[in-house]
Write a protein that binds this ligand. Structure first.
Ligand code: NAD
Length: 467
């Protein structure tokens, strides 16, 4: 028997059985208790501590991700999410007392956070460890049973997650289903109490359509073209370094909040390009294709997609830095393009790779119109010392999140909600927002038997109407 034949098929029947089993566990009440939630958060934290090296190796295998990036952006972030949840859980779970109105006098009221039930988490390949487990933390903290479907495009991490969650977590309540479109489609046919999806908008629409059949609420963590507006009155060296860190220092541009393109004035563009070139040279050397500090492109499909963006006739002659590729190693060097036309492929779709177009405008304020004329991005960045420009940016630009004078770092701020708006997604998570994403805020009103006002009881007399 071949290994394919011996492999158990995960089809709709298997998905239904799985959801039924988890529904039974949820109904038993196990996952609702504070003790269960804490034990699972601690187990997850221990998993990350114990298996750091294996996680680093899995990400090296899937993406050649530099160990420092794995430790800083996947492992440390995850540990921090566990730490915050463990510290705050009691407080998050506590019913919130609220005022009542005269209509119900005398009464008291509170908002009780209750778990939703059986939730599905579908995650993406680019930060495959963090994007799988960070939502799991929210789901556990809120007291749900969980199915996690990691991305098949990061296979080493997917199988490591399946193995480690089985080893460390409560297997009756937290399950991993590995697989691709068929397995995900089988899962999506089922009735869930919440679906949390991270990935592209095309599949986001498939997820939402499947959820609609069961009136299941969704969180969609999608992407978009995240712009960086660069003013001339700045510390140029620091700005260049922070743009590079957010672009090439985040999985070689394969990050949802990586700078997608830059907007700056015609006059300032040459200075900005020079600063980026200088710092890129310092960071990645003369031959960036050989740099160990840059991830590779995840697979041949994505390599071919990025190559197509560079080979588009409309961007011929626009490369001002980089452009080197090595197909055999799936590597593309940091590449900067100047004034790619707005109708070129690279300016029409999310880049999600190491290519960075710089678009020039006559006046910097025009940048905000350029951004707002497209779909709403997941993030938008501005480098400036000009207070008025900063205010204009915050009030006029609509995006999932904004950062002034840096890139990507809002992701690590657990007091801020992380999520998109419009085409970049709906719903948010991180810190308390993760707990809320997987909870229902139940309204509870308490009354006694005294003061039983008769005005609402028939007969509806004229006197009662005047009250
Ligand atoms: P992906 O290919 O790993 O797909 C995401 C998930 O969708 C996977 O688990 C996959 O199995 C599933 N899937 C794929 N096709 C499907 C189908 N036809 N039906 C059902 N399920 C299917 O990841 P991706 O979409 O290439 O990820 C990149 C995109 O995700 C980018 O747009 C990026 O901006 C976005 N992203 C967003 C965030 C965020 O937090 N907002 C984070 C990472 C990536």
């Amino acid at each position: 028997m071949s290994s394919n034949e011996s492999k158990k098929v995960f089809d709709e029947g298997a998905a239904l059985l799985l959801v039924d089993e988890l529904r039974g566990i949820f109904a038993s009440g196990t996952t609702r208790s504070y003790e269960w939630r804490v034990s699972q958060l601690k187990a997850l934290s221990k998993l990350v501590d114990d298996r750091e090296q294996q996680i680093i190796e899995a990400l090296r295998s899937d993406l050649c991700k530099p160990p420092l990036e794995t430790v800083a952006y996947e492992i440390a972030m995850l540990k921090n999410s566990c730490r915050v949840a463990l510290k705050e859980l009691k407080h998050w779970m506590k019913p919130e007392k609220v005022k009542t109105s005269m209509t119900t006098f005398p009464s008291s009221a509170e908002i009780v956070s209750e778990p939703l039930g059986v939730v599905l988490i579908i995650s993406a390949w680019n930060y495959p460890f963090l994007l799988s487990l960070d939502p799991v933390i929210g789901a556990i903290a809120a007291g749900n049973t969980v199915v996690l479907k990691p991305s098949e495009i990061a296979p080493a991490t997917s199988s490591l997650l399946a193995k480690l969650l089985e080893e460390y977590m409560d297997n009756s309540s937290i399950k991993v289903v590995e697989g691709a479109v068929d397995e995900t489609s089988a899962l999506l046919q089922q009735k869930w109490d919440k679906i949390f999806y991270t990935g592209n908008g095309r599949v986001g629409r498939i997820v939402m359509a499947a959820a609609a059949k069961h009136l299941t609420p969704v969180v969609l963590e999608l992407g978009g073209k995240s712009p960086v507006v660069v003013d001339s009155d700045i510390n140029l060296r620091v700005a260049a370094r922070r743009i590079i860190a957010g672009k090439w220092g985040c999985n070689n541009g394969q990050a949802c909040i990586s700078p997608d393109y830059i907007l700056t004035t015609k006059d300032f563009a040459p200075k900005l390009i020079d600063a980026l070139k200088t710092e890129l040279g310092k960071f990645y050397g003369e031959n960036p294709l050989e740099s160990k500090d840059l991830s590779r492109i995840v697979n041949m499909n994505h390599f071919a997609r990025l190559r197509k963006l560079l080979e588009d006739d409309k961007v011929a002659g626009k490369i001002v830095y980089g452009g080197e590729k090595d197909e055999s190693k799936l590597r593309i060097a940091p590449t900067i393009l100047l004034d790619a036309p707005r109708n070129s492929l690279i300016m029409k779709e999310e880049i999600f790779g190491p290519l960075l177009p710089i678009i020039t405008v006559n006046k910097l304020e025009e940048s905000f119109d350029v951004i707002n004329s497209g779909t709403k991005p997941l993030a938008a960045y501005l480098f400036t010392n000009n207070k008025k420009l900063r205010e204009q940016f915050v009030t006029t630009v609509s995006a999932g999140g904004l950062v002034v004078n840096d890139t990507t770092v809002h992701l690590a701020t657990h007091t801020l909600p992380f999520g998109g708006v419009g085409d970049s997604g709906m719903g948010s998570y991180h810190g308390k927002f993760s707990f809320e994403a997987f909870s229902h805020k139940k309204a509870v009103l308490y009354r006694g038997f005294k003061a039983d006002a008769s005005v609402r009881y028939p007969p509806y007399t004229k006197t009662k109407l005047r009250l």
